[in-house]
Design a protein around this ligand. Structure first.
Ligand SMILES: Nc1ncnc2c1ncn2[C@@H]1O[C@H](COP(=O)(O)OP(=O)(O)OP(=O)(O)O)[C@@H](O)[C@H]1O
Length: 184
């Protein structure tokens, strides 16, 4: 926990700042901030397999590029969503398909306010697609480029959000090591 770290290092100004932003130490009042766990969707394919026809790309726009696909903003059941679509040139690549299925199998088990929410996937037809909530704020890298350095309070809020997401990933029963945490 950031506050515990600040206390350990006796960084008084940081301790005050974190406390004023609602930071709690381990064991303080018997608890620290821990979002109430909500069970993720059942890991049963029929719950989350998306029929590609349900995805509306009529006003779609490209929002990013990943290692094996592009991320497009589209609409699903009336909601803006981010669709990670495997590039057609890679859609027969066994390793890419394996990575994609691995990501789906992982994401389907996760639910936390600081982890992008998995909504469903197209795994039975090509192109393979991963559908998540759409984050309209863009990525941190873009934010820093456009707006410059964060003020300390915002930096702490962002750091605490990231730490909460990471703490969730590291907690039982789904222990996930991210290995690629970055601002974009
Ligand atoms: N849910 C989302 N909402 C809005 N934008 C997104 C979303 N997911 C990804 N993006 C945009 O697309 C970019 C690339 O996405 P992401 O990092 O998830 O791809 P990736 O496949 O994991 O990349 P890599 O494998 O190369 O690390 C992000 O930096 C972000 O700008």
């Amino acid at each position: 926990m950031p506050l515990a770290d600040a206390e350990g290092a006796k960084r008084l100004a940081m301790i005050e700042l974190l406390k004023s932003r609602g930071g709690l130490s381990y064991g303080q009042n018997g608890s620290h901030f821990e979002p109430k766990p909500v069970p993720p969707p059942l890991p049963n394919k029929c719950d989350w397999e998306i029929e590609p026809g349900e995805l509306d790309f009529s006003n779609a726009n490209l929002v990013g590029k990943g290692s094996f696909g592009e991320i497009v903003k589209a609409c699903w059941r009336g909601t803006p969503v981010a669709v990670k679509r495997i590039l057609p040139s890679l859609s027969d690549d066994r390793l890419v398909i394996q990575d994609f299925r691995h990501e789906v199998n992982l994401l389907v088990k996760l639910r936390h306010p600081n982890i992008v929410q998995f909504l469903g996937a197209v795994t039975e037809k090509k192109p393979l697609m991963l559908v998540t909530e759409y984050l309209r704020g863009g990525d941190l890298h873009q934010h820093l480029k456009e707006k410059g350095a964060l003020n300390p309070t915002t930096a702490i809020n962002f750091a605490m959000d990231i730490a909460r997401g990471m703490a969730y990933l590291h907690s039982e029963p789904n222990v996930v090591i991210h290995r690629d945490l970055k601002p974009r």
